[in-house]
Design a protein around this ligand. Structure first.
Ligand code: CTP
Ligand code: CA
Length: 231
């Protein structure tokens, strides 16, 4: 509960959390990246450990200190994140994809640092699409008993409201829960607080009022916990 000692409802469970944002290298020193801080993923890892879980935290370019009692695996690219998540999640009861994987990577990675051309021309970058990790683990039948959670930061547009778009994304990904942040009003990146709606593939809609990332993490584990197979 919110007050008092944390319950041990995740004791004996192994959970995997991904956090941070991936980098896609152009050359040995340059990359395409994003502003994900890793704060929500770290809050999830800390909350799960406090509730008794064995936690594997897969961290993409996060500068935060390792949470106590958590196994941290560091990665940089989406391909590395995919390999680490797929490997760690084979024996997991729950997987939460709080990381922001880059959707695209440069088609070519230069072994040497890219130099400016003598004629002043700028290079063009061509991109290839990265694997969809959440979709892959959600549609792998060997993980049918694990609870799989995705995140989505959405703004509404002409094709639908934030929640309409999120329902479509939940169905497309095939995960059990989707934590939806409405970012129409501005960025949540690096912020200490969060506000969200958790959508379930079973039709559930859970409103989480504005609060700390730790409070949101605990509501997410509440929803995961009630969906874990017993026995
Ligand atoms: N995700 C993933 N692998 C990717 C991209 C996203 O596992 N290559 C996960 C994220 O960690 C998140 C969820 O999918 O949990 C939704 O991410 P989002 O970027 O909203 O989904 P996309 O399918 O990339 O859709 P969009 O075109 O809206 O970016
Ligand atoms: Ca994306």
């Amino acid at each position: 509960g919110a007050a008092g000692a944390p319950s041990a409802d995740l004791a004996g469970r192994h959970v995997v959390v991904s956090a941070g944002g991936t980098r896609e290298y152009l050359d040995p020193v340059r990359f395409l990246g994003n502003r994900s801080s890793g704060l929500q993923g770290y809050a999830l890892a800390r909350a799960a450990a406090a509730r008794g879980a064995e936690v594997t935290l897969i961290a993409a370019n996060v500068t935060l200190a390792d949470p106590a009692g958590v196994k941290v695996v560091r990665v940089e690219t989406t391909a590395q994140l995919r390999d680490a998540v797929v490997a760690a999640s084979l024996a997991a009861d729950a997987v939460v994809m709080a990381a922001a994987p880059a959707d695209f990577r440069p088609t070519d990675v230069s072994d040497a640092k890219i130099k400016k051309a003598a004629d002043g021309s700028a290079p063009a970058i061509t991109l290839a699409q990265n694997p969809d990790i959440l979709h892959e683990i959600s549609t792998d039948r060997s993980r049918a008993d694990s609870v799989i959670v995705g995140f989505a930061a959405e703004t509404g547009d002409d094709t639908g409201s934030v929640l309409d778009l999120a329902r479509v994304k939940l169905a497309r990904k095939g995960c059990d829960l989707l934590v939806v942040n409405d970012v129409s009003g501005g960025a949540v990146f690096g912020s200490a607080d969060n506000e969200a709606v958790i959508l379930g593939a079973d039709g559930a809609t859970v409103d989480v009022p504005h609060g700390s990332k730790s409070a949101l993490a605990h509501v997410i584990w509440d929803e995961v916990s009630r969906r874990l197979p017993t026995g």
